[in-house]
Design a protein around this ligand. Sequence first.
Ligand code: NDP
Ligand code: 2IT
Length: 444
Amino acid sequence: MSYVDEVYERVVAQNPAQPEFHQAVREVLDSLRPVIERNEERYRKEALLERITTPERAILFRVPWVDDKGQVQVNNGYRVQFNSAIGPYKGGLRLHPSVNLGIIKFLGFEQVFKNSLTGTPIGGGKGGSDFDPKGKSDREVMAFCQSFMTELYRHVGADVDVPAGDIGTGAREIGYLYGQYKRITGLYEGVLTGKGLTYGGSLARTEATGYGLLYITQEMLKANGVELAGKTVAISGAGNVAIYAAQKAEQLGAKVVTVSDSTGWVYDPEGIDIALLKEVKEVKRARLTEYAAARPSAQYHEGRGVFTVKCDVALPCATQNELRIEDAKALVENGCIAVCEGANMPTTQEATEYLMSHGVYFVPGKAANAGGVATSALEMSQNSMRLSWTFDEVDAKLHDIMVNIFKNIDAAAKEYGVPGNYVAGANIAGFLKVATAMEAQGVV
Ligand code: NDP
Ligand code: 2IT
């Protein structure tokens, strides 16, 4: 059996009931075949693939807190410190009822390669909890965050592990987590990114994932002789990534016709009204039905289906495995030319294969959504230097980073004989830097 297949079987056997983790590992290992084949003996001897698929450390902890009725609630807390070969662990905290160890491991594993692609010195990690911030009061969210940090603080630090936002974790949660870290440790340091602008946050971090997604989409289309301006774009999700992806798409002259949340989706043929979307989601924390109620041109649809509309470009920005085979078929049928992933692993493996084999340009999340964590790394730099760059300075650096990521994944795909396969290009380019650093650092 090939080394790649052996390691994949080992991962499945050693991590039972973690299908998302298996899926993420499978995709990376499959892409790495040409690289591994060139160096098989050496990598096998070093157990490089066994090491890169095993987290350096996984911390599981109890998070007790008291709700507004005086009832004690208990959630599970996680921090998976996956790989520190190229820098301190870096990656978000997800707060969603679906969170379990397998999900955090898949996200941590993806983060290792994504962070490598940014060209900044950050390792990979991820954390979170099955706590659901939806419907909770601010006091309940604060109680949870303070309890979560009361355990997490001993495992993180500005040069150790730097968490940030993800699903369910935004500016409010980062603020409460930061306050508790400072209170316990007495340190005023950049232990988290995505901080508010009054206490060490970076301008453009809020916008960065969505903006970066559009910068790389534009660059990839340009390299293939296609203009983004004038195109119709379908976006899923209505959170941080989706909102700023929609905003930048419109700024670049495209028309965004959909957004979605976990209960339904909106089709707005006149183009999504970004100000209204922000009011509904960021200020009121309400459902998309409120958007539709306030906007005569919008139609609200219950349930799934956001990718059944006619569009040129699809940007899944909600969650893993949301874009399935039936969606991929509808996109191809409707003439979609590009899918770029704003979320982490939003496209199932079957759907990815279908899209790519039907000539749809496909940029995987670890490249396409890397602008968020890249700008987190810029926040870390500003914190270390104790200064702040302007919005335009950060945005220009983000743009350069995304253009470079595209160039690197495109070049890696060509070098390894799969031109245009940006999945392989991203996995190979991300892997090579981490692998080289791991080899240089010996058996650790
Ligand atoms: P938010 O919590 O801000 O938004 C998530 C959006 O997805 C919401 O509109 C949510 O709807 C919707 N959604 C639909 N179905 C689900 C589901 N089953 N589970 C969770 N959400 C669902 O998160 P972000 O925008 O920050 O993150 C979106 C994706 O982008 C995630 O995959 C995340 O890992 C990834 N990402 C985020 C980055 C960041 O900087 N924030 C950086 C890189 C990637 P509802 O409100 O109804 O739950
Ligand atoms: O998936 C991701 O890259 C994020 N949620 C952002 C992580 C970060 O540290 O900014």
